[in-house]
Design a protein around this ligand. Structure first.
Ligand code: NAI
Ligand code: MG
Length: 485
């Protein structure tokens, strides 16, 4: 990594000030295992101060944020999108070093972050309520109001993108934010927050409390003065934060990952489908909630598709983010160990590793690399078909016909995304309607990130929607006013 990389503050952002915490957390570089930076370790009292600052900025008499019109918020968000673009190189460098993802992907993430601010900046002054025809002597209207203090707990896999998705939408709607970024990777988020403050975001509109989940995260989720909670991460932690928020009847949006299928039919355009199948699982080393982590392939083409994919997987190269290979390391030793235990169990159960990528010779031995791999011959109902592995591991299942493809697609508790590859228009729509998930992609996968496209899950993938206009609405609530005249 470049020696000139400027690190963000080792502090928390509370009420427009960067403040020290009693202790700090060491952040390592996933590609080498070496110390990269330190971040603040917020405790309950820091979270308390941040929530009070956000509350003051939202409702306080003197708060500048509370006095801003929708147009002023729009203008600031649009300006901030430009600021992100001016600093995109430095932000991408931080994201690459901190998460280990290939530089090209880190750059794409920063571009997406800027797009969120531009999209929600453009939308902020176009969000409105309705008038409702009621009795003749009534006038009825709805106001779309911000909730107030939005608590946002985000993960380490896409810090900058998820910052954009959550913070831009919440601010556009007029809320204030207390953000708890992940202890494993949040340097880009801290730098973005620093840029927001230095570009005149009113004090208290955005507060950032880095720290551990069980300390800062738990204190935030259970705080009585938060008005909305948005969480992205594991189903288990999602349950915990939702239970904590329920104590104070705080509404929650949960984005909890998936086991998303890619369905490839015999009539598919394989030249388009197969590269997309590979990309869908190796992006960010498979540590993506919306990863296409299951391949469902029709029997007639299964052997040739697997043979083709074996060649593609064998050619994949793993290396540091800076080297910008196909695949970077996993985020930490714990995630690597968890995956390796599952892969060893799969092998013991007779599952075949049909192909594996290669580790670059220059890659550091301290990096948390797991080679991209393709698993076949998997017993029905096996754990690797049902559980999120969160690594570059694609599992293959074979189906006979459309009915079996649909049954397999819906055979997990998750439901985030699905890809359908077929030229048959009727089948495209039947499956799109039948699949239990928040997003369906036909003859593509992921729609290039889709800042504008509503995103979220069903079942164990969570509930509520982020992204697009729907995501903006979800940071507001309706008030109905009925006037008798
Ligand atoms: P996690 O769900 O524990 O962490 C996500 C965020 O929640 C982090 O900011 C963390 O500090 C915070 N957190 C943790 N415990 C908390 C608590 N008790 N109260 C409040 N906040 C808390 O995920 P983790 O441990 O990093 O990864 C475990 C697994 O979760 C992964 O293997 C993967 O399967 C899944 N995951 C899914 C993600 C997604 O994008 N849907 C992102 C990250 C992880
Ligand atoms: Mg955890």
């Amino acid at each position: 990594m470049s020696h000139t990389m400027t690190l963000p503050p080792q502090q928390a952002l509370i009420g427009g000030q960067w403040v020290n915490t009693a202790t700090t957390i060491q952040v390592e570089a996933p590609a080498t295992g070496e110390l990269l930076a330190r971040i603040a370790r917020c405790q309950a009292d820091d979270v308390e101060a941040a929530v009070q600052a956000a509350r003051q900025a939202f409702a306080g008499q003197s708060g500048e944020w509370a006095s801003w019109s929708a147009r002023q918020r729009s203008e600031w968000l649009l300006r901030f999108a430009d600021v992100i673009e001016v600093h995109h190189e430095q932000l991408a460098e931080l994201e690459c070093a901190d998460t280990g993802k290939p530089m090209t992907q880190a750059k794409g993430d920063i571009a997406a972050c800027a797009r969120y601010f531009r999209f929600y900046g453009g939308a902020a002054d176009k969000l409105h309520g309705e008038t409702i025809p009621f009795e003749t002597d009534f006038a009825v209207m709805t106001l779309r109001e911000p909730y107030g203090v939005c608590a946002q707990i985000i993960p380490w896999n896409y810090p900058a993108q998820i910052f954009g998705r959550c913070v831009a939408a919440a601010l556009a709607a007029g809320n204030t934010v207390v953000l708890k970024p992940a202890e494993d990777a949040c340097l880009s988020v801290l730098r973005l927050a620093e840029l927001a403050v230095s570009h005149s975001l009113p004090a208290g509109a955005l507060n950032v409390v880095p720290g551990f989940g069980y300390e800062a995260g738990a204190a935030l989720a259970s705080h009585p003065f938060i008005d909305h909670l948005s969480f992205t991460g594991s189903p288990e932690t999602g349950t915990q934060v939702a239970q904590a928020a329920a104590q104070h009847h705080v509404p929650v949006t949960l984005e909890l990952g998936g086991k998303s299928p890619q369905l490839v039919f015999a009539d598919a355009d394989l030249d388009a489908a197969l590269p997309a199948v590979v990309r869908g699982i190796i992006q960010n080393a498979g540590q993506t909630c919306s990863a296409g982590s299951r391949l469902l392939v029709q029997r007639d083409i299964a052997d040739s598709v697997v043979a083709n994919l074996c060649e593609r997987f064998a050619a994949l190269r793993c290396d540091t983010g800076e080297a910008d290979a196909d695949c970077g390391p996993l985020i930490n030793a714990r995630q690597k160990a968890k995956l390796e235990v599952r892969l060893a169990a799969a092998e013991a159960d007779g599952i075949r590793v049909a192909a594996k990528g290669q580790l670059a010779v220059s890659a550091s031995a301290g990096g948390h690399f797991v080679l991209p791999q393709l698993l076949t011959d998997i017993p029905e109902g096996h754990e690797v078909l049902r559980e999120e592995l969160f690594g570059p591991v694609l599992v293959v299942q074979v189906f006979e016909d459309e009915a079996e493809a649909l049954a397999l697609a819906n055979s997990t508790d998750f439901g985030l995304c699905a890809g359908i590859w077929t030229r048959d228009g009727g089948r495209q729509l039947r499956l799109a309607k039948g699949i239990r998930s928040g997003q369906v992609f036909i003859n593509n996968y992921g729609a290039a990130g889709g800042v504008e496209l509503p995103f979220g899950g069903v079942g164990r993938s969570g509930h509520g929607r982020e992204k697009g206009f729907e995501g903006l609405r979800s940071y507001t609530r309706i008030k109905t006013i009925a006037i008798k005249h």
